[in-house]
Ligand binder design. Structure first.
Ligand code: GZL
Length: 324
């Protein structure tokens, strides 16, 4: 009897400790489903839009959402997943900040019988079957679309050489690895294309500015193209180009990924040439998948949203408000 009381006391303390997360509330909402979600952080307009969409869709679907923000730290995500397991949520979802280091905590979730949904990014779990599905963009295709735009633009401008400065996203993250791979695989057959250097901007605006200062100091006006893995870093880089007396979008082509409103506004100003869309609106697919799992229904292994390219090849004034 004492053991049970100690357990209940520990459980009560644990539940009270969940002050950092948005509680499902004591009452289960009308689906009777509680979803634990570990979000990477708030590093970009994309991430903030993704969080907002997930919260709105949980409300719309009547799902109790416990959302924790990991502030870019994998340890915080692992701790959050352990709390969700202890709280015995029905489904756990998370956007892994990097691809490695998840085996142990996901095995604990599997042993607890709680299904895991990957949102936005993937993990490298080898042959182990630790997650039920991935809901997120086809990052490789985004890299391909960025490169295909560049090849078309080089043809249109009659460029004989195309020297590229690449500002990558968070090292070892799925979007960084796959956007780089898709881009490189597409340009490698084109003898005009040369990547001067690739450096890690960690998807952050401040790091994007730092990377651009480094590139300008080292290569100056040799740079023909900046390929940036997300809008935040692109927005950080553009003022540095202007401080160097160069016109972004004209003296050097600017290619970005995400498609948030701020980048689209800069595209409309002519300072960015191409923005590949990476939609953050994954909430609807997440809620529908969580409900299917709770009902023991099968789900697709990978769910990719449709995505498009916004560029100076079309009338950018027609681009509708982006919502993030
Ligand atoms: C892509 C997402 C990336 C965005 C960045 O789906 O993982 O993380 O491109 C965000 O803006 O930081």
């Amino acid at each position: 009897m004492i053991k049970r009381n100690v357990f209940l006391l520990i459980l009560a303390i644990f539940i009270l400790s969940l002050s950092g997360c948005k509680k499902a509330g004591e009452e289960r909402t009308d689906t009777g489903l509680v979803l634990g979600f570990s979000q990477i952080g708030s590093e970009s307009a994309w991430r903030i839009g993704n969080t907002k969409d997930i919260e709105e869709q949980a409300e719309a679907y009547g799902i109790g959402l416990m959302l924790e923000n990991a502030n870019q730290k994998q340890d915080n995500q692992i701790a959050a997943i352990r709390r969700f397991i202890a709280y015995r949520v029905d489904v756990i979802a998370f956007s892994p900040v990097v691809e490695e280091g998840w085996d142990n905590v996901l095995k604990e979730a599997k042993e607890a019988g709680i299904p895991i949904i990957l949102v936005d990014r993937d993990i490298n779990a080898g042959e182990q079957d630790l997650t039920t599905c991935l809901i997120g963009a086809d990052f490789y295709k985004e890299g391909v679309m960025a490169a295909e735009y560049l090849i078309r633009k080089a043809d249109a401008l009659g460029l004989e050489q195309v020297r590229i400065a690449e500002i990558t996203g968070t090292e070892n993250s799925t979007p960084m690895r796959q956007r780089h791979a898709g881009f490189m695989d597409t340009i490698e057959k084109d003898p005009r294309m040369q990547v001067l250097e690739s450096i890690d901007g960690d998807f952050l605006k401040s790091r994007g500015a730092e990377c651009m200062r480094y590139f300008l100091d080292k290569y100056g006006d040799e740079i023909d193209v900046v390929f940036s893995h997300n809008d935040e870093m692109t927005i950080g880089a553009i003022p540095e180009i202007e401080k160097a007396g160069l016109a972004p979008g004209k003296d050097m082509l600017i290619i970005s990924i995400d498609g948030g409103q701020e980048a689209i506004n800069v595209l409309k100003e002519g300072k960015i040439n191409c923005v590949v869309e990476c939609t953050p609106k994954l909430g609807k697919a997440l809620m529908e998948t969580a409900i299917r799992l709770k009902n023991n229904e099968s789900v697709e292994k990978i769910i990719h949203p449709e995505e498009q390219v916004f560029s100076d090849e079309t009338d950018v004034s027609l681009i509708a408000p982006r919502g993030y």
